[in-house]
Design a protein around this ligand. Structure first.
Ligand code: NPW
Ligand code: K
Length: 493
């Protein structure tokens, strides 16, 4: 799915109105109906509702939603923030349609904020995608009052006060909803962890905006949903054999960190590779042979750290990093590997830290090498950034400069391609923030690279499947009990 800017969404809105054609009032009605469809599934009509409206089209949605919900026998109260004499046309028309509604109040001071029982569900339609400056005065007062309530809050399209595609100021008044129900497409703001308080759980409802026009609009930002991910999976032919699916080489582990190697090896095997060789220090030999009988082992001359790699000729992809440490012998190995490797490469964990502290190695990265840093590793690699929007730009610059693919790990891991495209992942959960899950991801992507997936596709699909396995594991064990081995065991293709 594409992610568009607020300006693009405005033009999409206009295109749909002119070319479907549909009046903007009818489009508002369609959007409001789509919201109400979601709402009725979530809250039964014995729950009273209070709709807070601004005077733009988001507020117009609010008025239409209030009318539709009261037709469905919800007990609805409407509070309009009378912060300006200028209301949008569609707001005014929906106000006319609501005229018979008794429980409607215009308030001009936050002191007039109603007293609500904690059962009331608040629907936030104060400000939508038309936000042009931070909320202040009356709107800020209402936002603060809503945020202080214990009640459930649902924002329509986007939390009032939150910008769709740029950073807010630290003290901007913004609604903190339990849910955001957004129209047609996800918004960039929802995908950045810094906005999690202002997003809650978010849901997309289809309001029939022009698919043809969406296809035409250029954007660097994409959301990898189920459909997009499944399209990338290569079917297995009837006559395939283990040679068809490549031979992966994983360089991983050191004394005390052999678990990282095992996790990434097992994830690699569970992701379809034909053959796997794991290269490890002497101390890792028994560990790998016993834990991963499906893998072959190549043993280093060094007891505790890897210092060399086997002849690369047989291998179709190489992964390096999980648990390798940062000993001088391993630094020398990485340099040698970058000079020699001719097949797709993924670099993770300690190997990324080696790159950060030996920056001349960055210029040796082969094009389309995949790097999988978490935010701290990325900061060591590319420097500080003020907020997550800046970090995203920094990552795009870095990916472009070195022609590499970055998987910036976190909630909604972002896969950033050398051409500047950013693909946000839709799977995964906070239970996965535990040691070893990163090693699992490295194994999955190494496996896909070995099977000849294009590096960009291996990164996007690998990240998606990793999160999906984590979601399955969380269903079984709960997020708190989840460990990296559970992610491996729940890989399913
Ligand atoms: N696009 C779609 O697909 C569809 C969109 N729909 C709905 O429309 C919503 C967008 O509507 P919208 O453009 O009228 O924006 P909205 O935020 O309601 O109001 C903007 C007004 O507020 C003003 N204003 C801005 N910031 C302010 C501030 N801090 N404090 C005070 N005022 C402020 C701003 O004034 P100005 O910037 O000109 O000064 C302008 O007058 C969208 O979110 C969705 O809910 C659906 O109905 C149909 C399909
Ligand atoms: K809103």
């Amino acid at each position: 799915m594409k992610i568009l800017t607020s300006a693009q969404i405005r033009s999409l809105d206009q295109f749909t109105i002119q070319n479907e054609p549909i009046s903007s009032l009818d489009l508002m009605e369609r959007a409001s109906n789509a919201f109400v469809g979601w709402f009725c599934n979530q809250f039964v009509n014995t729950r009273p509702v209070c709709v807070f409206c601004g005077k733009g089209n988001n507020g117009g949605d609010g008025l239409a939603i209030a009318r539709l919900l009261s037709q469905l026998s919800y007990d609805v109260q409407v509070v309009v923030a009378d912060y300006t004499p200028n209301a949008s046309d569609d707001f005014t028309q929906n106000l006319d349609r609501l005229k018979t509604h008794l429980n409607l109040a215009f308030i001009s001071s936050a002191d007039q904020f109603p007293t609500l029982s904690s059962q009331v569900v608040c629907i936030d339609t104060l400000l939508g995608s038309g936000l042009s400056r931070p909320a202040e005065g009356l709107l800020a007062g209402i936002i603060h009052k809503i945020n202080a309530l214990p009640n459930k809050v649902v924002s329509v399209d986007i939390a009032s006060g939150l910008y769709m595609d740029k950073a807010n100021g630290e003290n901007d008044p913004i609604i903190e909803p339990d849910h955001t129900v957004t129209f047609q497409l996800p918004k960039l703001a929802f995908l950045l962890p810094q906005n999690v308080r202002f997003t809650g759980e978010w849901h997309v409802v289809d309001i029939g905006l022009s698919g043809k026009y969406i296809q035409e609009l250029p954007t660097p930002y994409w959301f990898t949903d189920k459909k997009a991910a499944e399209k990338l999976i290569q079917p297995r032919g009837k006559f395939s054999h283990k040679g068809t699916f490549g031979h992966a080489l994983l360089l991983a582990g050191s004394f005390g960190k052999m678990g990282a190697a095992v996790l990434s090896g097992r994830a690699c095997l569970r992701s379809g590779v034909g053959l796997l060789t794991m290269h490890a220090p002497v101390c890792g030999y028994d560990i790998i042979q016993i834990s991963s009988p499906e893998a072959m082992v190549s043993i280093d001359k060094n007891d505790r750290h890897i210092s060399q790699f086997p002849d690369l000729e047989p291998y179709s992809a190489v992964g390096i990093g999980p648990g390798v440490g940062q000993e001088p012998v391993t630094i020398a190995l990485l340099e040698e590997l970058l000079d020699q490797v001719k097949v797709p490469l993924i670099i993770d964990a300690d190997a990324l830290n080696i790159l950060s502290s030996n920056r001349s190695l960055l210029d040796k990265l082969p094009p389309n090498t995949i790097l999988t840093p978490h935010p701290k590793e990325f900061q060591r690699l590319a420097g500080e950034s003020g907020d997550e929007y800046e970090r995203l730009e920094l990552a795009r610059d870095f990916a472009g400069k070195y022609q590499v693919i970055i998987c910036l790990k976190g909630a909604n891991t972002a896969v950033i391609l050398p051409n500047g495209e950013v693909h946000f992942n839709s799977t995964g959960n906070p239970g996965m923030a535990t040691g070893g899950t990163g090693d699992v991801l490295t194994g999955i992507i190494t496996s896909l690279l070995a099977q000849k997936y294009k590096p960009a596709e291996a990164a996007i699909l690998g990240v998606y499947q990793h999160g999906l396995a984590g979601d399955r594991a969380a269903e079984q064990k709960g997020q708190i009990a989840l460990i990296a081995s559970d992610v491996v065991e729940n890989l399913g293709w």
